[in-house]
Design a protein around this ligand. Structure first.
Ligand SMILES: NC(=O)c1ccc[n+]([C@@H]2O[C@H](COP(=O)([O-])OP(=O)(O)OC[C@H]3O[C@@H](n4cnc5c(N)ncnc54)[C@H](O)[C@@H]3O)[C@@H](O)[C@H]2O)c1
Length: 341
């Protein structure tokens, strides 16, 4: 039906998740087309069939890519994260909502051409939750997918709406039009905070944990912007990438919903600091809560219920907190910063 080259599109490929995901997709034999508004670095480029520096708000550029390649699936990672979004909410909306809508349009056009639904992977976030007060938060059991959906950040609002856009496009797109075509097979994961040994995060509100670790590895002091007893769900980057790939491959018949919570461990900031100090005894970590950022973290759940992901597509993280440190983060940051012991 088409002579375009089959490929997997990864937007935001130059970001934290993108780096790991592109490598894994290429290792699995995919033709990866990597797109980012920033130059895609050499380490990532070597795994790609094609790269494109461009803005997801540029629909014409996206459509040109869609003419050149037959996108079998799209991993739409490009986004403006939660802290940046609170400084520039209108820009966050433009990138996170209008940009997402553009990608869905390109996916729908690709599906109409190729005759099958394009798998559309959307990393959502625990930022979609908004728990009104600390007392409720402290007494709440791990939060399920339907609870507390009253986000307090522009980023959280954007992600929640992105999930709805995906559901709409998958089930109801242009439902009154005379002709109907396949659209997208939309699958979304609400990620907790992610910790990577290879990249330093920027612009997220759960960044205090990875920032603490990378600062300790570099021998720099770190003032944590949340309180010591602040608890939040986290996950090691390899488990996050595994989860994206696993959900993308899961038989559709097994999926009972289009959006899944996942989590691996939920330490307090103090527990995280204790582990950092165990491996970097000279780590200079202090706690200087920034009350505004602290309030954002406080509106997110202390832990999530990921029963559905475990049941529907076999989600099972390999890394608990200790293993994340001993087998992934510590060897990784030592390598990254050229440390010999
Ligand atoms: N890292 C986490 O802890 C976490 C947690 C939950 C959800 N997520 C989601 O996962 C996705 C990837 O996150 P990440 O940690 O890799 O973020 P990141 O900020 O490291 O990467 C995002 C990438 O998107 C690119 N980008 C931003 N605006 C763009 C635009 N207009 N056009 C094209 N590219 C643009 C950036 O240059 C960047 O390389 C995001 O959608 C994020 O919301 C991340």
């Amino acid at each position: 039906m088409t002579s375009r080259k089959p490929a997997v599109l990864v937007t935001g490929a130059n970001g934290e998740i993108g780096h790991s995901l592109v490598r894994r997709l290429a290792a699995d034999g995919a033709n990866v087309v990597a797109l980012d508004v920033r130059e895609i670095d050499a380490a990532c480029r070597t795994h790609c069939t094609a790269t494109q520096v461009g803005d997801i708000n540029d629909l014409a550029m996206l459509q040109r890519l869609g003419v050149e390649f037959e996108f079998t699936s799209i991993f739409h990672l490009a986004a403006l994260l939660s802290t940046r979004g609170e400084f520039q909410p209108e820009l966050a909306h433009r990138v996170n909502v209008e940009g997402t809508l553009n990608l869905m349009r390109v996916a729908v056009e690709s599906a109409a051409n190729s005759g099958y639904a394009v798998t559309f992977m959307f990393p959502s976030s625990i930022a979609v939750y908004g728990i009104a007060d600390t007392k409720t938060r402290a007494s709440a059991p791990p939060v399920s997918e339907e609870q507390y959906l009253a986000p307090q950040t522009m980023y959280g609002c954007n992600k929640l709406y992105g999930e709805h856009l995906g559901r709409y496009t998958m089930h109801h797109y242009r439902r009154l039009a005379a002709e109907q075509h396949p659209t997208i097979d939309f699958r979304s994961i609400r990620f907790p905070g992610l910790i990577s040994a290879d990249t330093v995060p920027s612009g997220g509100t759960s960044d205090y944990a990875p920032e603490m670790l990378h600062a300790a590895a570099k021998g720099e002091p770190y003032a944590c912007f949340v309180r010591e007893n602040m608890r939040l769900p986290f996950m090691a980057m390899p488990d996050a990438v595994d989860a994206l790939l696993q959900l993308a491959e899961a038989p559709k018949a097994n999926l009972s919903t289009h959006v899944y919570n996942i989590g691996a461990f939920a330490p307090s900031a103090a527990e995280f600091a204790t582990l950092v100090r165990e491996f970097f005894p000279k780590a200079n970590i202090s706690f200087k809560p920034d009350l505004l950022r602290q309030a954002i973290v406080e509106s997110w759940p202390a832990d999530v219920d990921d029963t559905r992901a475990r049941r529907d597509w076999g989600f099972k993280p390999l890394y608990d907190l200790r293993r994340t440190f001993s087998e992934y983060l510590i060897p990784g940051v030592r390598r990254r910063y050229g440390m010999t012991s």
